[in-house]
Design a protein. Structure first.
Length: 169
């Protein structure tokens, strides 16, 4: 009769540990959730940078497009037709009955319209001086805010992003 049960468990010890595993799981879940939120934030940031890189690539292609148009028209270069091209200066660009008659004006109109359709708030200018022509493309890189300045390189938060290409024909 003096037998003792070897399998008796001290119940006071097991009651003190109830809920400890649940607390560990909740803390692990919290840490895992914070990690997932950080991962999602990095993914969004990466997508935004990819979009900016795409727009910059398009702007560079647009600048090279205009530089090739300029190089293809040697007579227009010699006549100084590419010295100051701005869409507001080309009245034939808006006149559908009398379209631009000179090649530089047609080139600029086509190029400017292409900038406007492929870049966010895209526009551009062509300036020449002493045989050196500078092609500048402007666009709104941050679509969340209104920017209108055309300083290149941008000097403030209100300036558009830009790309300049110097052409020496």
């Amino acid at each position: 009769m003096g037998r003792q049960n070897k399998f008796l468990v001290n119940t006071s010890l097991s009651l003190a540990q109830d809920g400890f595993t649940l607390l560990e799981v909740m803390i692990a879940l919290l840490i895992f959730s914070i990690g997932l939120l950080g991962l999602a934030g990095m993914q969004i940031h990466g997508m935004q940078n990819t979009q900016k890189a795409l727009v910059r690539s398009i702007a560079i292609q647009q600048a090279y497009d205009m530089s090739e148009r300029i190089r293809a028209n040697r007579a227009g270069i010699m006549a100084g037709d590419y010295d100051n091209l701005n869409i507001s200066d080309i009245t034939c660009a808006q006149d559908k009955e009398n379209p631009c008659s000179t090649i530089p004006h047609r080139d600029f109109e086509d190029w400017y319209n292409s900038n406007a359709s492929t870049l966010p708030s895209g526009e551009g200018t062509v300036r020449g001086e002493n045989g050196v022509i500078t092609v500048t493309v402007h666009w709104n890189e941050d679509r969340d805010k209104e920017v209108t300045g055309t300083n290149c390189p941008p000097e403030s938060n209100t300036d558009m992003a830009c790309y300049q290409l110097t052409v020496i024909p």
